[in-house]
Design a protein around this ligand. Structure first.
Ligand SMILES: Cc1cc2nc3c(=O)[nH]c(=O)nc-3n(C[C@H](O)[C@H](O)[C@H](O)COP(=O)(O)O)c2cc1C
Length: 360
């Protein structure tokens, strides 16, 4: 049995696989278009996307808008497939990034790291862009759906559920991360139960997509068999030729062992998962301190109390300074053995999935 296609409104992805947005600069047009070309949904991360613009320091808002336009246009030149933009609610330029994505006709906006309660406000009468919140609980899914319905008569076009094994920022308290009550499977079941009545009441399908620790075709099989319509995967796509990070960033994934992967507290105010390196050790020993706050990029970041500037740390890593920067990873990053291509990842996911269906 093949994996079913994933329908989000009028969009049909041949493969029910969304590549999770990865900031800063890890998933841009290169990775997103390669995933879209394989029939999945490729996602550009909007987080500080202007990091290569010469005027980022002096003109943060404009530099990011310009860079986002460029990346969306570049990606569209490289694929006819489905493309999304991931925009974090916690970013101070959230509204700019949403408006620009809609103006550029992006297929889908994915919004996490906060509750995107006003997202439908940015849709224009002619826009076709689909709106997909990323949540870590049924409570958040219900709250967003209720607010959107009450204020905008709009239901989410899909919902991504991100579990505690994900990379980047995690929507969990530290003590919930290893608690089986908060496992991805458990939360997916709860979100499905809260979404079904809405689908029936409003006669609109709301596919539920599960991410965080989904690494193999076998994982995809397990998640789809509990009722999810698709998966969101990020870590598995990092060590690919098409990924937009520097080679040394990808090699850090290849080298990482299970014991190197841990939880840190991010200045954003959420826990995050990262590879232990000299930068993390220095931060834990209290030896890092931001000298300044160059961008005021995160609404919730109080730089005077922060142990480091997360944007600068992520940019350093993206450029290949892997000892001096912050490398976000999913819990399964230690399984990455080599640098490959996006096509090879898809081929192997299909094979692994097919083995599971033949055994079922
Ligand atoms: C390097 C990295 C950067 C990430 N950056 C973001 C981000 O900017 N915004 C976001 O919503 N999620 C971010 N994530 C989370 C992913 O989009 C994805 O949902 C999650 O990592 C899925 O779990 P997996 O990595 O185990 O496949 C990031 C993940 C990684 C590994």
């Amino acid at each position: 049995m093949n994996m079913n296609e994933l329908k989000i409104g009028h969009l049909i992805a041949k493969m029910p696989i969304i590549q999770g947005g990865m900031g800063i600069g890890i998933s841009l047009s290169g990775l997103a278009s390669a995933v879209a070309n394989q029939g999945g949904i490729g996602v550009i991360s909007a987080a500080c996307i202007g990091f290569r613009e010469p005027d980022l320091h002096s003109n943060f808002l404009e530099a990011n808008i310009r860079a986002l336009r460029k990346e969306i246009r570049k990606a569209k030149e490289m694929t006819k497939g489905i493309l999304g933009v991931n925009i974090m609610v916690a970013m101070s330029n959230f509204a700019d990034m949403v408006k620009t994505s809609i103006e550029e006709g992006i297929d889908i906006i994915f919004c996490g790291a906060g509750l995107p309660l006003n997202l439908p406000e940015f849709l224009t009468p002619s826009s076709q862009t689909k709106l997909v919140p990323i949540v870590s609980s049924a409570r958040a899914a219900k709250l967003i759906a209720k607010k959107w319905m009450d204020k905008y008569q709009y239901l989410p076009d899909a919902i991504v559920v991100e579990g505690p094994l994900a990379g980047g920022h995690l929507g969990f308290q530290r003590n919930q991360i290893d608690d089986p009550e908060y496992s991805l499977e458990q939360i997916v079941k709860e979100v499905l139960a809260s979404v079904r009545p809405l689908e029936e009441a409003h006669q609109k399908p709301i596919p539920v997509i599960a991410g965080g620790g989904v690494y193999s075709g076998e994982d995809i099989h397990r998640i789809l068999s509990i009722g999810a319509s698709g998966v969101q995967m990020a870590t598995r796509f990092v060590a690919t030729e098409e990924c937009d990070a520097a080679l040394d960033y990808k090699l850090a994934y290849v080298k990482a062992k299970e014991e190197d992967i841990g939880i840190i507290q991010s200045p954003v105010g959420m826990p995050g998962r990262a590879i232990a390196n000299p930068f993390i050790h220095a931060m834990q020993e209290g030896k890092t301190k931001p000298k300044q706050c160059p961008y005021q990029c995160i609404k919730t970041c109080n730089y005077q109390d922060s142990p480091y500037c997360i944007s600068l740390a992520l940019m350093q890593a993206q450029r290949g300074m892997t000892e001096k920067g912050l490398l976000f990873v999913g819990q399964n990053a230690y399984k990455v053995q080599e640098i490959t291509t996006v096509k090879q990842v898809f081929d192997s996911l299909r094979q692994e999935y097919d083995i599971c269906t033949s055994l079922a």
